[in-house]
Design a protein around this ligand. Structure first.
Ligand SMILES: [Zn+2]
Length: 459
């Protein structure tokens, strides 16, 4: 049976039901501060209206398994992460499409990102361009920028990786990250009259705040056009960017000019380490919560998040703009550690992402005209299985903070190969103006409309 999308009437009923549920909480729960906080949050969240700011947090590959695993390990099975505390939660479908528009049931981060960033689904690997004709589609960041909002993008991946790329560039293939990486994007090169690599486009966009890894892409030399012979970093400086590379500089940098933070040559090194999952399992292990391979001076995602907010606010204050900001924050290596079947790496990155969620929610608590959305781009491979299970793939046994053993399995590909994304729907949770639109089961592309309407943008 084909189910139609929620009709407006049905959607109103869903919202009404949520209001009833929120008041029911008031009756049955004795008046603790926590309960009335949640009730107030729910009431505010259900109101529509315009947002001054939007903070969108994307846990790359952060399906329900990844959330549950991080919760079980860090705060316990009955504990709650910060991302669990949003007043409104729904689910959304993440499928991508083939060139002819038929569904491709398992997306990658490029197609899913293009979906939430533009409202248009595309083929895997594509960056904010249409599936068949390969035409650029305006992104939510571009629309926000046009209307005078300050804009920012923060990631633990390379700044040219798929999730930040979908906001500030358009490319035939996600691999076209620097001027030397253009093999799969012949029509996007500057020589061919295109906009150039993802790195070049990102700085040409003059996004106010760009923080992440991927310094090697920006160290590549531009091959054609106005900036020929310069590195992309030098191009960025010509465009007015302040370029920073470590935690000390991040703390010191002031607003007024755009900021490009490149905190690692490639992806930002992960927070935690441990034994990767293995065939036949591992001995019960505790994760190492300080990665010796993470250079001192590498800023934590939460610190990047709070500094990004401050810089965006400063920009709007300096220009006397009445508008607020749009900020995207990505926890990228949840996905990358899932691919590598490394449960400690994965949990550490989920916990780091959750601390960035806490920063966003603390800001929204003081600025209730901020829409905060936390979601994932797609689901992933890790599964929590019974301790006596003998799965054929890779597995590892962890000893959680509450002293119990937990077995995690990675079996979406042959051992030794990269483990795979899955096609399962993922959680989307929100608070603030228009947050009610995450309720029910929506489509990833609906998130574009939610942010667009919250900020009063037009396409
Ligand atoms: Zn992935």
């Amino acid at each position: 049976m084909v189910r139609p999308h929620l009709s407006p009437t049905r959607r109103r009923l869903t919202v009404a039901a949520a209001v009833v549920a929120a008041s029911a909480v008031a009756v049955t729960v004795t008046a603790s501060a926590g309960a009335s906080d949640t009730r107030d949050q729910a009431r505010r969240a259900i109101q529509g209206g315009k947002a001054k700011n939007v903070i969108l947090l994307i846990g790359d590959g952060m399906g329900d398994s990844e959330i549950t695993l991080a919760r079980d390990y860090t705060v316990g099975a009955n504990g709650r992460l910060d991302m669990d505390k949003f007043p409104l939660t729904g689910a959304y479908t993440t499928y991508s499409v083939h060139k002819d528009g038929t569904p491709d049931y398992v997306t990658d981060s490029a197609a899913s990102g293009s979906g939430w960033a533009t409202g248009v689904k595309t083929v895997n690997g594509r960056i904010s361009k249409t599936p068949g004709s390969d035409k650029a589609v305006p992104t939510i960041l571009e629309l926000a920028q046009k209307k005078g909002y300050a804009t920012g993008s923060v990631t633990t991946a390379e700044l040219t990786d798929a999730t930040p790329a979908v906001l500030a560039s358009h490319a035939t293939d996600r691999s076209c990250q620097g001027p030397a990486d253009m093999a799969k994007c012949p029509t996007d090169t500057i020589a061919a009259g295109g906009p150039g690599s993802i790195a070049e486009q990102s700085v040409n966009h003059k996004v106010d705040v760009l923080l992440g890894g991927g310094r090697q892409r920006f160290d590549q030399k531009v091959t054609d056009g106005k900036y020929k012979g310069l590195t992309v970093t030098q191009q960025a400086k010509r465009l007015g960017y302040q370029v920073i590379t470590d935690d000390r500089q991040l703390r010191a940098v002031k607003g007024g000019k755009p900021v490009l933070g490149l905190f690692a040559p490639g992806n930002v090194p992960v927070e935690w380490t441990g034994k990767a999952a293995a065939k036949g399992g591992t001995e019960p292990q505790r994760c190492t919560t300080a990665n010796p391979g993470r250079p001192a001076g590498t800023p934590a995602l939460q610190d990047q998040a709070s500094k990004a907010i401050k810089l965006l606010e400063a920009k709007q204050k300096a220009t006397k703009s009445k508008r607020g900001f749009f900020l995207q924050i990505e926890g990228a290596s949840i996905d990358k550690q899932d691919h590598a079947a490394d449960p400690c790496g994965q949990i550490g990155e989920t916990a780091a992402f959750d601390r960035a969620v806490k920063v966003a929610r603390a800001y929204a608590a003081k600025h209730p005209d901020t829409l905060v959305v936390t979601t994932a781009d797609h689901a992933h491979t890790s599964q929590i299985v019974p301790l006596d299970a003998q799965p054929p793939g890779l597995s590892s046994t962890l000893v959680t903070d509450e002293g119990q053993q937990l077995k995690v399995n990675y079996s979406t590909n042959t051992p030794g190969a990269s483990q795979e994304h899955t096609g399962t729907q993922v959680r989307i949770a929100a608070q603030g103006p228009q947050a009610y639109r995450v309720l029910g089961v929506t489509n990833q592309t609906d998130l574009f409309g939610t942010v667009r309407d919250a900020l009063g943008l037009r396409r």
